[in-house]
Design a protein around this ligand. Structure first.
Ligand SMILES: *[C@@H]1O[C@H](CO)[C@@H](O)[C@H](O)[C@H]1NC(C)=O
Ligand SMILES: *[C@@H]1O[C@H](CO)[C@@H](O)[C@H](O)[C@H]1NC(C)=O
Ligand SMILES: *[C@@H]1O[C@H](CO)[C@@H](O)[C@H](O)[C@H]1NC(C)=O
Ligand SMILES: *[C@@H]1O[C@H](CO)[C@@H](O)[C@H](O)[C@H]1NC(C)=O
Ligand SMILES: *[C@@H]1O[C@H](CO)[C@@H](O)[C@H](O)[C@H]1NC(C)=O
Ligand SMILES: *[C@@H]1O[C@H](CO)[C@@H](O)[C@H](O)[C@H]1NC(C)=O
Ligand SMILES: *[C@@H]1O[C@H](CO)[C@@H](O)[C@H](O)[C@H]1NC(C)=O
Ligand SMILES: *[C@@H]1O[C@H](CO)[C@@H](O)[C@H](O)[C@H]1NC(C)=O
Ligand SMILES: [Ca+2]
Ligand SMILES: [Ca+2]
Length: 436
């Protein structure tokens, strides 16, 4: 009878444990979570009854793998109006689906099922475009079914690898699945871009990403890591690649190992400086030191070692990475005491054997720094007023350095003899200019 109420039910003890049916609406829901590993298929008998009798029907319920969760389309239903003169190639719509297992990062592969003669869908981006002229007189509306298949799983791909990992090391398995139920096809994996110097190899069949050569974080091409673009291609039954491809990116970060010792940019630095250089004077030595490693792996201390190294001071002494080292005068210097210095410059990391070494040679340039020393502080000479011009008035005794010389010695042309109150100087003699 048409107005008779239908009552829905589920038949059987096992089926009743898992499934319930809302008696009025007939909506079936789950009573408990399903485990595909425990039971992958149920045959459930449902009943529909009215006042006249009961009809039973069986339904086959398959439990899907959790990774095979169907992608979810957003903002459905999709409906779009386009002009019939829309040029071929025009994108008209973007389909958006995400995989509930993967979140928005899941990579989804789109296709029309069955394929359309008039529209194409970009398998990776879901962009629908016109591929053939449309004619409103022939067809007013097109209905297309979009299938979305997740193929890359466990996204996003990001892996760290130590720079000393040997070639052949497996970086990561890349896994894609073809979600087409019933007829899953194989996937072929390839690296599209980002594989600098072919440092990685991707197994076409297994998806194993391995190291193909020696890594070195200190190589400027490798230090920022790699962004690989990886393509998964559904394979036809004869293993040839199909048109269905999907692309994802894979970040590989190279982790630093402390494999570099600090290095000076020369093995020897030498310079000559005037002995009168002031305390604080920065020597024109251009010393640069660097540990190419990263972070704590590039922390080191610099030491100036050698006899009288306390006459100079270096800065900075605690360094991370790279620094220019300045050497400054720390105490007044004296050519007559120490004319040259030879030091060792060490850059020591906390790791044994991670030591940089250079020699520093400093020569002092002798300067006319020793004023003549007179034997007396005051020469008090008394003269008769009738003295004749040219008379020897005084013998001055002067010493310089460790050489002693008299006023008549040969060396006197060089040192300047200072004659108080008597302005004319000649060969160390103080002479009167004219009659007093
Ligand atoms: C697709 O939809 C998801 C969920 O609404 C959103 O987060 C994502 O940005 C959308 N993607 C595009 C390309 O519109
Ligand atoms: C497309 O999706 C529909 C509905 O989910 C399904 O019946 C059909 O088998 C799918 N086709 C392919 C080729 O995956
Ligand atoms: C694959 O692409 C080629 C070239 O774009 C096209 O000729 C061919 O029909 C496509 N095959 C399928 C199955 O879509
Ligand atoms: C070392 O580095 C410093 C600073 O960059 C530079 O001035 C100097 O010329 C370098 N010395 C050598 C030997 O390259
Ligand atoms: C330091 O001086 C002593 C004695 O003057 C000498 O034997 C030694 O070789 C010097 N050391 C260095 C590193 O120059
Ligand atoms: C720095 O390293 C050198 C060479 O190994 C070593 O002789 C020296 O003692 C070290 N200096 C310090 C302060 O550790
Ligand atoms: C120099 O000698 C004279 C006589 O001997 C004396 O009167 C005078 O004070 C002396 N001058 C000085 C600066 O000592
Ligand atoms: C200068 O005068 C003194 C005393 O007045 C005298 O003894 C001396 O002989 C004189 N000398 C000359 C060169 O005239
Ligand atoms: Ca280091
Ligand atoms: Ca390193």
């Amino acid at each position: 009878l048409d107005n008779d109420r239908l009552v829905f039910g589920v038949v059987g003890e096992e089926a009743s444990r898992f499934f319930a049916v809302e008696s009025v609406s007939g909506v079936v829901w789950l009573r408990q979570p399903l485990d595909r590993e425990a039971k992958s298929e149920f045959t459930v008998e449902f009943s529909v009854s009215d006042s006249q009798g009961v009809i039973k029907g069986t339904v086959n319920i398959q439990v899907g793998d959790v990774n095979d969760n169907a992608p979810r389309f957003h903002n459905q239903p999709y409906s779009v109006r386009i002009a019939e003169n829309t040029p071929v190639g025009t994108p008209i719509f973007i389909v958006n689906a995400t995989d509930p297992d993967q979140g928005a990062g899941g990579s989804v592969l789109y296709s029309f099922q069955p394929p359309s003669r008039f529209f194409a869908i970009d398998s990776g981006r879901g962009i629908v475009s016109v591929i053939r002229g449309l004619d409103y007189e022939i067809t007013q509306a097109y209905q297309l079914q979009v299938n979305a298949t997740v193929i890359f799983i466990n996204l996003p791909y990001s892996t760290n690898i130590y720079e000393n990992s040997p070639p052949g090391t497996t970086v990561r398995m890349i896994t894609a699945i073809d979600q087409d139920k019933g007829r899953p096809r194989g996937i072929g994996y390839t690296i599209v871009s980002g594989n600098t110097n072919s440092i990685f190899a991707l197994d076409y069949i297994s998806g194993a990403l391995t190291l193909n050569g020696p890594l070195d974080r200190e190589n400027p091409f490798y230090s920022t890591g790699f962004i690989l673009t990886v393509k998964g291609t559904e394979l036809n039954d004869d293993r040839t690649p199909s048109n269905a491809t999907v692309i994802t990116t894979f970040n590989v970060l190279v982790i630093d190992i402390n494999d570099n010792a600090p290095e000076f940019n020369s093995s020897e630095y030498s310079v000559g400086i005037p002995e009168l250089a002031q305390v604080g004077f920065a020597l024109p030595l251009f010393i640069q030191v660097q540990d190419k490693d990263e972070g704590l792996n590039s922390v080191f201390e610099v030491y100036l070692v050698g006899n009288n190294s306390n006459h100079f001071i270096i800065s900075p002494t605690s360094i991370q990475g790279k620094a220019d080292i300045r050497v400054r005068v720390a105490t007044p210097l004296d050519f007559e005491t120490i004319p040259r210095y030879e030091f060792s410059l060490f850059a020591n990391e906390s790791v044994p054997d991670h030591v940089g070494f250079a020699r520093v040679k400093i020569n002092l340039i002798n300067e006319n720094d020793n004023r003549p020393i007179f034997s007396q502080v005051l020469y008090n000479v008394s003269l008769f007023e009738n003295v004749t011009v040219g008379i020897t008035v005084l013998r001055v005794h002067v010493s310089r350095n460790n050489l002693e010389f008299s006023s008549q010695g040969e060396q006197l042309s060089e040192p300047e003899i200072f004659c108080p109150h008597i302005p004319v100087l000649n060969q160390g003699r103080c002479k009167l200019p004219s009659a007093l």
